[in-house]
Design a protein around this ligand. Structure first.
Ligand SMILES: Nc1ncnc2c1ncn2[C@@H]1O[C@H](COP(=O)(O)OP(=O)(O)O)[C@@H](O)[C@H]1O
Ligand SMILES: [Mg+2]
Length: 253
């Protein structure tokens, strides 16, 4: 179960001024297939950097990532990313944005279109296929971002603060909808966020990062029911977890 994704002793620094900035300080994590792991940490704690390393968009200084035992050396269709700023191509409509993301998968036109329509339906965007990104709200644009990742049918979906650019009212609805589609498609998700409630709501397990350089301070199994709706937020267990994680994020170790 626990060797689906392995992240081993990742260290990463970036050059800064005459010196360098240490961003990740020995990250080791295991993720099981079908599991949703949510990393919560302050801004600047290296969350995006870690996701980019798992995506193969960035190389660690030392350490290694493997998916199903296969070392990650670059991007691949078994890993799909959902970006904080949606990352849509503004000159392509909804349908074409998703089809564009499928190009590396080498599907036939029919297969690509079938997957695209399926993904559009799953995120509730049927009827919006011909809309341009600028005609959509932020929430709807991120639905396209999620559909684009789902259409790839990745083994692992990487979500970088997926709802941080979406208004608060829309955010909770989108979290519920993401949770549903992830369960329906049995997608494994590695999500990073600075939003404590989002991490608890979506995670089977929450990893608490220290402030920069990012280190794993605590791993918390979330024992809330696997299928969650808005009402779990009112459970005392949810509120205790939120308080506990908040306290941990204030501490330095
Ligand atoms: N390519 C880069 N070059 C230099 N510094 C970077 C680069 N990417 C990220 N950083 C720096 O690394 C730190 C951590 O960034 P990031 O991983 O984006 O954190 P988070 O996503 O948790 O906010 C930040 O201080 C950021 O400015
Ligand atoms: Mg970030």
């Amino acid at each position: 179960m626990n060797d689906f994704l392995t992240i081993d002793k990742i260290h990463k620094s970036f050059p800064a001024r005459e010196s360098y900035l240490k961003v990740l300080d020995g990250i080791t994590l295991r993720q099981g297939e079908g599991e949703v792991v949510a990393i919560v940490g302050a801004s600047g704690s290296g969350k995006t950097t870690l996701l980019r390393i798992v995506a193969g968009l960035e190389q660690p200084d030392t350490g290694a990532v493997a998916l199903r035992g296969k070392p990650v050396t670059g991007p691949g269709p078994e890993r799909a990313m959902v970006f904080q700023q949606f990352g849509l191509l503004p000159w392509l409509n909804v349908l074409d944005n998703i089809l564009f993301g499928l190009r590396p998968a080498g599907l036939t036109k029919d297969e690509a279109e079938e997957r695209t329509h399926d993904a559009i339906a799953r995120v509730g965007l049927t009827g919006f296929e011909k809309f341009m990104p600028k005609e959509l709200s932020g929430g709807m644009q991120q639905r396209v971002g999620i559909a684009r990742a789902l259409a790839v049918r990745p083994a692992l979906m990487l979500c970088d603060e997926p709802f941080a650019s979406v208004d608060t009212l829309t955010r909770q609805t989108m979290q519920t909808d993401l949770q549903k589609v992830v369960r329906e498609t049995a997608t494994s998700v590695l999500l990073v966020t600075h939003d404590i409630e989002e991490a608890i709501f979506l995670g089977d397990r929450v990893i608490v990062f220290s402030s920069r350089p990012g280190r794993v301070m605590e791993e918390i199994p979330i024992t809330l029911p696997k299928t969650r709706d808005h009402s779990v937020r009112t459970l005392s267990e949810f509120q205790e977890l939120r308080e506990h994680i908040w306290q941990r994020l204030q501490s330095k170790n």
